[in-house]
Design a protein around this ligand. Structure first.
Ligand code: SF4
Length: 383
């Protein structure tokens, strides 16, 4: 592989020194492969090959909203799914296919394997990772937990299987707020990891006692509050859609704060023609499909202090390509292998979240009222 195909990346690496207000960050270093740009005819040939291979291998393609538009289209047209990480996990678990091909980043493939240990899980590139996962090493995190044994451990899905195995609850951005509200109503204190912005947002919304790990998403951390304010001045009629991994100055200007799925639904429902979008730009493909005729404007990552580490597109999500997807299916390359005992332990907090989500889908929501919520979630035992 030539050096030209490698992109060097810096990310927040929280120090493993637990304190009353969480830990401080150093600079971590990682890399991402940049896929080759292929001509149209070659891409069409690859798509045809992938369709055939999915059928041959009894496989289904499960893609995240942030991957390349052509991969999303392939997933949709072949009976797979394009979704946020909660729905990807559910879809993979419930689909009868023997092989799940997860186009996303490594923790998504691991989550699929944890929930479906009997299925083969392939990824186009096993080295596609996430700054939140990298910024929360299992041993350092375990030390953090050990120092605060009185707290319920709630970890975001963007973590390794080993970190999940240490948790009481796993959450995604679409359900984290409800789960923390529920735990807070039960009088529990929370140890939260790894995203500091999402943790702080949930803390503000719920009033829960939360101790935060200080990781961040290198895409969302770059959105800039002052530049967003200037852009809103140019489009005063636009609604602002923000993913809660963004900094507080950006979240504070949002009309809607939510997971990728929740932002797409908001764009469909809201009576507005223009939207400013503060999340990975991979989502624009689905937004334009679901809300045709509306205009979507990328929230700014540029500005005085900008370094444009990601330019609003995740370098690891971008590692998923037609070529490596076809190769994974053809040769069975990129298989997620997980120690079964670790997988079984990591499954407990994910199952707890999915059970909770099943209650929510039946219209059950945490109210913040301890007596009421205890009855509502009677089947979801203490963590
Ligand atoms: S967009 Fe952010 S949270 Fe998502 S995989 Fe990339 S680095 Fe991780």
């Amino acid at each position: 592989m030539s050096q030209a195909n490698i992109r060097n990346i810096e990310f927040d690496l929280p120090a493993a020194s637990p304190g009353a207000t969480g830990n401080t960050c150093a600079v971590g270093r990682a890399w991402a492969r940049v896929p080759e740009d292929l001509p149209g005819a070659q891409r069409e040939a690859l798509k045809a090959r992938i369709r055939g291979l999915l059928a041959r291998e009894n496989a289904v393609l499960v893609a995240h909203y942030y991957v390349d538009a052509e991969l999303q289209e392939l997933a949709d047209e072949t009976g797979g799914c394009v979704a946020d990480s909660l729905e990807m996990a559910r879809f993979g678990r419930d689909n009868p296919a023997h092989t799940l091909v997860v186009a996303g980043v490594r923790f998504m493939g691991e989550t699929a394997k944890i929930l479906s240990p009997g299925k083969r899980v392939l990824m186009p590139d096993l080295e596609a990772t996430c700054s939140l996962d990298l910024g929360c090493p299992a041993e350092a995190f375990a030390a953090f937990c050990d120092a605060h044994p009185d707290r319920s451990v709630v970890v975001y899905a963007n973590t390794s299987a080993a970190v999940k195995a240490r948790a009481d609850w796993t959450v995604t951005s679409s359900i984290g707020l409800d789960i923390v509200a529920h735990l807070h109503a039960r009088g529990e204190k929370i140890l939260w990891a790894p995203d500091r912005h999402l943790g702080a947002y949930i803390q503000r919304q719920t009033g829960a006692d939360m101790l935060l790990w200080q990781g961040s998403c290198l895409v969302h951390d770059e959105f800039k509050g002052i530049e967003l304010e200037l852009l809103r001045g140019q489009y005063p009629q636009a609604k602002v859609l923000v993913h809660p991994e963004s900094p507080m100055a950006v979240v504070a200007q949002a009309d809607v704060v939510g997971s990728t799925t929740q932002l797409i639904e908001a764009a469909q429902k809201l009576d507005a023609s223009h939207f400013i979008v503060a999340t990975d730009q991979g989502i624009l493909h689905k937004l334009r499909l679901r809300a045709p005729g509306k205009t979507f404007i990328a929230a700014p990552t540029a500005g005085n202090s900008a370094t444009c580490k990601s330019c609003a597109h995740c370098p690891w999500m971008a590692m998923n390509s037609l070529a490596n997807l076809a190769d994974a299916l053809e040769r069975g390359r990129g298989e997620i292998l997980l120690d079964p005992a670790l997988g079984a332990r990591a499954k407990v907090p994910i199952d707890r979240m999915l059970d909770f989500a099943a209650h929510l889908s039946r219209g059950v929501r945490a109210s913040g009222d301890l007596a009421r919520d205890t009855a509502l979630f009677a089947n979801i035992g203490p963590a």
